[in-house]
Design a protein around this ligand. Structure first.
Ligand code: SD4
Length: 351
């Protein structure tokens, strides 16, 4: 049985309409992820993790792949398969999240994701290797696999981030197929409903999925990570979240470990969340302690509306220890080795 998760996002942009009269804006964001409904966990009995204890189904095993949310299970399986067939860890984290980018049931990753308030789906993605190489694309349209385009930026350009029309042009020049700009039936239906009020209120239900962040380590301890999303639904045109920002949505350092993030991008960018976690691990914190400290920091820097902000972090260190923590309950992640793949619920600051 496939795991299902309900996420609730509520954002209230007062005095705005679908025509994007962007004059006065006040925002209220509610992004509360709720726990799995009828989850089928690989290992029964593994549930909420107590704070400061490394949540791990299998300790210290390498290779190790971790992914946010329950779409992480098939993504992990694809990544592991890549490793088994001789792929590198960067191949694995790219291949893994490509699976999610194609998942038609996922309304927050890939071209089937919910659009911005103009009705246009724009995508953000980043990829990073443990040696410091990295690439990202943001605000890109009509490209089915932004993660592969991010890898092109990393490997074939002297740059780290290419955005918007420039990213689309890069995709064309690299032979990526350019997709028709058309909302998926589910996204169209949701957008039409949203347009009735053109507000981020009432709460918008998004079934099943969210951004995928994946971090992995091969048998030799080389690490890599990837992160891909269509970002917040009904965002302002041009809005970019944390996912394509190296250090915010993703950071990897072979000497220390790796971290990725999910949730309200603005709150994560404010604390350079993923970089912060890797640096805390460098100073000796466990991945779990580092994730908890990052959540505390995020809460401190976003205290005014923290009740309405969900964010979650996922980390591993070079010894294969794992950490995960979120602001509110409901964050979970998938953990895989060559033989096993299972879901774990993260602990959270608010209970
Ligand atoms: C963003 N962090 O664009 C992404 C959204 C997300 O789970 O993670 N959703 O802000």
């Amino acid at each position: 049985m496939k795991s299902r998760m309900m996420s609730l996002i509520s954002l209230n942009f007062n005095n705005l309409n679908a025509d994007s009269k962007l004059t006065r804006m006040s925002q209220r964001r509610k992004f509360i992820k709720q726990s799995l409904m009828g989850s089928a966990l690989f290992i029964p009995g593994v549930s909420t993790i107590a704070e400061a204890k490394a949540p791990s189904l299998f300790k210290g095993e390498k290779p190790l792949i971790l992914s946010t949310w329950n779409h992480g299970l098939p993504a992990n399986a694809a990544a592991v398969e890549k490793l088994k067939t001789g792929g590198s860890i960067i191949d694995a984290v790219e291949t893994g999240v490509k699976d999610t980018e194609l998942d038609l049931s996922n309304l927050s990753v890939g071209l089937q994701g919910l659009p911005d308030r103009e009705g246009i789906t724009t995508l953000d993605a980043s990829i990073m290797s443990g040696d410091g190489s990295c690439g990202a694309v943001a605000f890109v349209r009509q490209v089915k696999h932004p993660i592969s385009l991010a890898r092109v930026v990393m490997e074939k350009t002297p740059h780290v981030m290419i955005v918007g029309e420039g990213a689309r042009q890069l995709a064309i020049s690299e032979g990526f197929p350019i997709e028709k700009e058309e909302l998926s039936p589910k996204a169209k239906e949701a957008y039409e409903k949203w347009k009735i009020t053109s507000q981020y209120k009432p709460i918008i239900n998004i079934e099943n999925h969210d951004t995928i962040g994946m971090i992995g380590m091969d048998a030799k301890g080389n690490m890599a990570g990837s992160c891909t999303t269509s970002g917040l639904s009904y965002k302002m045109h041009g809005r970019v979240g944390d996912s394509p920002i190296i250090g915010a949505g993703l950071f990897v350092d072979n000497e220390v470990g790796a971290a990725t993030a999910t949730g309200l991008g603005e709150s994560i960018i404010r604390i350079c969340g993923s970089f912060l976690i890797v640096e805390l691990m460098r100073q000796g914190r466990t991945p779990q302690e580092a994730c908890e400290e990052a959540v505390k920091r995020l809460i401190a820097k976003n205290s005014k509306n923290i009740k309405d902000i969900q964010a979650g972090f996922l980390a591993m260190n070079k010894d294969g220890e794992v950490g995960a923590y979120s602001v509110h309950p409901g964050f979970n992640f998938a953990q895989a080795t060559l033989q096993k793949n299972g879901m774990i619920d993260s602990g959270s600051h608010f209970k």
